[in-house]
Every structure is written in C-alpha cells, then in structure tokens.
Design a protein around this ligand. Structure first.
Ligand SMILES: [Zn+2]
Ligand SMILES: [Zn+2]
Length: 434
C-alpha cells in the first residue's frame, strides 16, 4: 500500500533480500515486506500514547537491581492478550516473550533493560519517582516501554512475520549483570534456536538531539572492572613513623603507579582508563593507621587489554607493598566485558535508520564511550548492535544537559515512538533478510 523506503537509500539494504544472481531491475515485482502494510513509524506513533503511559507508570515506581516485581507486573500487564510465549526468571524478575511469526525464518532478539538507580530524583516531573532514593535516571523506563510497544506492533504483524522475535526484558543492568543471569536461564534459547542477531537501544539525556540515533562498528562501550585494594601496615604514633609501617604513602604510591601503568604498558590506540574513586585511611592527624583501602574502576576496549589489566594490576600493587615491607590484598573483579558491535549488524542498523527515518537521523559515532553495558554478554554470544537514541528535551542544549545518572536527567517522551519504531524495524528487516 505505502512504500516507506526512500528511493535514494534503498540500495543500502535492499540488495540483501534479492535472490542471488538477480539484479534489482530484473525482479521489479519482488515483494517488499513493508509494501502491503502501514509504515512502522505510523503504527509506532499511534502507540505512543500508551507507551508513554507505561513509561510514566514505571518511572513513578522505580526498582533497583535484579528483583523488580512491580516493573515486571507492569510489563506482563502490557503484554497480556498478545500472541506471545511468556516466561519469567528464577534468579531475577525478568520477562522473556517469544513471538512466532506465521512464516518460517530466523530468530532475532530485542533487549530492553528495566532497572533504576539509587538516585533521588530532582526533576520535578509530574510523573517523578515516588520512591525516595530510587530514580530511572538512565532512561531504562523508556527502554521497557518501547520494547513493550514493539512487541504489540510486531504481534499485529504475526501473520506476515518471517521468523521469530525474542523480547528480552532485563533487570539489573546497573552493576548486577542481569543479562548474564538471563543468558544462564536460557534467554538465547527461548525460541528453540539461537538468534541470528540481537539489538539493544539506549536513550541518552544529553549529547544527542532528541530522535537522533548513534552507533558504530566494533567497540561501542568499555569493559568495566573493579579493583579493591587493602594495604596492611602497622599503626603507631604519627611523630615516630620509623616505629610503625605507614600504609598511607604506600597506597598513595599505588594510586600514581596505576596511572603510569596505563601509559607504559598499553597501546595508546587501545585505550585504558583507571580512576581511583574511593580512598580511605586513618582517623586523625597524629595517628598512623593500620591500613589504607581504595577502590578503582578500570575501563578497557579489548578482551586482550582487560586480561592484561587483570594480570598487571595485582602484580603492581603487591610489588609496591612488598618493596616497602608491607602486604596488600588485591581483588580484581572483571565485571562487564567490552560491548562490541558486529560490523555487519552495525552497518545494517545504520542502513535501517537511514532508510526508515532518513540519513540525517543517524550518525556513526567516531569513538566508543567509556560507560559499560551488560548487553556485552549477549553480544559475546550473538552478533548484533547497540544503538543510542537521543532523548534530550528540545528546550535543553544536548551539550550542557544533565547526563544519564544525574538526579536532573530528563528524557523526552518524543523519543518513545522513534525507539518503538526502530526496535520493530530492526526485527522486521533482519527477519526479512533471512
Ligand atoms: Zn546507566
Ligand atoms: Zn543504562
């Protein structure tokens, strides 16, 4: 009925569904998946009101971590009546929904995370968090609502759907590795065969104008590890340090040595960030304490660098302690792997954005960002792409707007229809490709 693809951009993805050996001109009657239906963006726009309602309800009652019973109930309610196979998690309050199309085809996974942050909201929004100390400051309320919207939109096309879609509603992204838990509970096998591709969207309250998409091939987000160090000394009188074993200068030396490690042991084109974010020792000026303790985060962009950090950091810390006659305990906890977009899937996502929304609506990010994501666990198993979506309100400057995780972060509802549409477009077009 309506052809949604602009002629100038169809070449970006169209040739992939042409039969091998035939040129595009040779088969003008070839069936395009969108030709006989309403454009996805129009359907997403029609759903925007109820998607916003769900988003506001989730925003009002944020939950943190792996156990999000109220959020889970809202998702189950939003999905009720749809032709989905639904299962819920054991170790976490996840929701996995499987939509089987009437036509045979591959499996595609779409992921939306559902958890909030331990932040007290200061936005003054009419639907602001009613839970002190908890806020959807990373916009996961939008992801959940958009994914539910996409499930509804795609369910209406079940009769035409050439394959299966897994909707992964995931708790515990913010430091709880919820994606890893869902993988161990079988989300990747929920349809009976592995997905050929997996996609995640993430809204951002700054940097990108509302409705702008951004992705890139290769590393998209950093690996994040936590380093916990305790330097054991021997306390005493601050006026007689030679009779004690002062852990403070030794720990301070470690903090500086970690920065030297970054510049002397790693390729400058495979960057590392180490930040000591917490340092505690002692009680007053005239007492040498028994111990000093600090915490650091380490960010890296390759599995090789992450492995090298896990080896080099403990060795450096222990060596410095030993050289001063002290002892240090080091815990190097590898938390999230680097999030790596498959080059072909990132190109497919970029082409889908250009074709469905217009080329001016997508950018290829020049660099990865230093944040981390547990969608990395999914991308370690299934090729796919992680895509950012600008949700900065139009009356704010994306360059100076409060960032994700800020108590003042605002995510505009106008992004909801766009994210719902992109989730659906990615699934439809990827399934059509086979
Ligand atoms: Zn976050
Ligand atoms: Zn997030």
């Amino acid at each position: 009925m309506i052809i949604v693809m602009a002629r100038g951009h169809e070449a970006i993805w169209w040739p992939r569904i042409i039969e091998p050996g035939l040129s595009r001109r040779a088969q003008p009657e070839a069936r395009r998946p969108e030709e006989e239906t309403v454009p996805v963006r129009d359907e997403a726009a029609k759903l925007a009101g109820e998607v916003a309602e769900l988003r506001h309800a989730i925003h009002r009652e944020p939950e943190i971590g792996l156990d999000l019973p109220k959020t889970q109930a809202k998702v189950l309610d939003a999905l009720s009546g749809l032709p989905l196979e639904i299962s819920t998690g054991q170790a976490l309050s996840s929701v996995t929904a499987v939509l089987r199309g009437a036509r045979p085809g591959p499996v595609v996974l779409l992921r939306g995370d559902m958890d909030a942050l331990p932040v007290t909201e200061e936005t003054g929004l009419p639907y602001a968090s009613a839970v002190p100390g908890a806020m959807h400051a990373c916009g996961h309320d939008l992801h959940t609502a958009m994914l539910a919207g996409a499930a509804k939109l795609l369910s209406a096309r079940q009769a035409d759907l050439p394959g299966t879609v897994i909707f992964m509603f995931q708790p515990g992204e913010e430091g709880y590795a919820g994606a890893r838990h869902m993988i161990s509970e079988g989300v990747l096998d929920a349809a009976g065969q592995r997905p050929v591709a997996a996609y995640a969207l993430h809204v951002t309250s700054n940097k990108l104008p509302c409705g702008m998409f951004s992705t890139r091939p290769g590393p998209m987000l950093a690996a994040a590890d936590q380093i916990t160090v305790t330097v054991h000394g021997r306390g005493g009188h601050a006026s007689q340090p030679h009779r004690a074993a002062d852990p403070i200068p030794v720990a301070a030396e470690m903090v500086l040595a970690l920065q030297t490690l970054v510049t002397r042991k790693f390729d400058v084109f495979d960057p590392i960030v180490i930040t000591v974010g917490s340092f505690h020792a002692g009680t007053t000026d005239n007492v040498i304490p028994d111990r000093a303790r600090f915490l650091a985060t380490a960010r890296s962009y390759s599995a090789a660098s992450q492995a090298a950090l896990a080896d080099l950091v403990p060795r450096l810390i222990k060596g410095i302690a030993l050289s001063h006659g002290l002892h240090a305990d080091v815990e190097y906890a590898a938390e999230y792997p680097v999030t790596v977009n498959d080059a072909a899937e990132a190109a497919f996502a970029t082409a889908t954005i250009a074709d469905a929304f217009g080329p001016e609506r997508g950018e290829t990010a020049e660099f990865p960002i230093t944040g981390a994501e547990d969608f990395s666990f999914v991308l370690n198993e299934v090729p796919g792409a992680f895509v950012f979506l600008g949700a900065c309100p139009p009356d704010r400057d994306p360059e100076s707007a409060p960032t994700n995780h800020s108590a003042l972060a605002l995510f505009d509802d106008a992004a909801l229809a766009e994210g719902t549409a992109l989730y659906a477009e990615l699934a439809l077009r990827r399934l059509a490709r086979g």
